[in-house]
Design a protein around this ligand. Structure first.
Ligand code: OAD
Length: 262
């Protein structure tokens, strides 16, 4: 529904206005209108591979150069992309709430009146200006050493053809993308922070995720169990739609400005 029923939009706006604390969970769909293919939709495949077959430690051990080719391709797309009206509307909404609450980064994320928990590694939320955020699955512009564990921004040009597997400047071991892969545990503190917000949120806005990766759905469901209104923004039904109090059916780049801007 790219023209959602006005009364539904009014109801959801009121739920958000009445919420003292808000949790936002985003997935690949919010970046679709920036030209970044979603994982499971059309164009989500890379050279015939499913993401699950590439984004895992065994695939990296077997053929690190292939995994780096995939990530360089994705990193090039992400770096060329621009935040779309959905990212920007969320950032404005967040900024108003943070300002009203007098929140600054020194206060810390646990005490923020809003938390943006994104599964996206594309960096478009930070580039849109979102501050109170956690990138649950990492960031595509960051690498991690497989030897000493050092984490550092990637300096290589993602478009360099046939580039070698990058090496750690400290110890020389191979770098891997600092991205959470299938079969790996969330980094310490990430789920705890999200659940802390889920248990305190009065509204939980879920945008552009299929919910095929379970922890982000579990966070949204925890928010609902704890009393939050659950709102799903997605053109297609997702794993949260059934549990949602409201489904705003349509593209987030169209719906979020209408929902969130004053
Ligand atoms: P998916 O590709 O599984 O799902 C994308 C969702 O976005 C679908 O539900 C679409 O209907 C929806 N969508 C498409 N266009 C949209 C638009 N314009 N506006 C809003 N929604 C739209 O992506 P995720 O759910 O984010 O994990 O995938 C979760 C995780 O699986 C990813 O973070 C990644 C992946 O494998 C790891 O790499 C660990």
């Amino acid at each position: 529904m790219t023209h959602p029923d006005l009364s539904l939009l009014t109801t959801v706006r009121a739920d958000l206005e009445n919420a003292r604390r808000v949790l936002v969970v985003t997935g690949a769909g919010i970046s679709a209108e920036s030209g970044i293919p979603t994982f499971r939709g059309e164009g989500g495949l890379w050279e015939g591979h499913r993401p699950e077959d590439l984004a895992n430690p065994a695939a990296f051990r077997q053929d690190p150069a292939k995994i780096w080719r995939w990530y360089r391709w994705r990193r090039g797309l992400c770096n060329d992309a621009r935040p779309n009206p959905g990212h920007l509307a969320l950032a404005r909404f967040e900024a108003r709430r943070l300002q009203d609450a007098g929140w600054t980064p020194e206060v810390g994320l646990a005490d923020s009146p809003i938390l943006l928990a994104t599964q996206n590694v594309d960096g478009l939320h930070p580039r849109a200006g979102s501050q109170a955020r956690v990138e649950m699955h990492g960031n595509i512009d960051t690498g991690r050493c497989t030897g000493c564990g050092a984490i550092a921004p990637l300096v290589e040009n993602p478009k360099a053809p046939e580039a070698a597997v990058p090496a750690c400047t400290d110890c020389g071991a191979a770098l891997r993308p600092h991205i959470l892969w299938f079969g790996e545990s969330y980094w310490p503190g990430v789920l705890e922070l999200c659940l802390h917000h889920a248990e305190r949120a009065d509204a939980c806005l879920v945008v552009g995720t299929s919910g095929m990766v379970w922890p982000p759905v579990a966070i949204a469901l925890r928010a609902k169990e704890s009393g939050a209104k659950l709102i799903d923004v997605n053109p297609n039904p997702s794993q949260v739609t059934e549990a949602a109090d409201h489904w705003l059916q349509g593209p987030s780049g169209v719906l979020l400005p209408r929902l969130l801007d004053p």
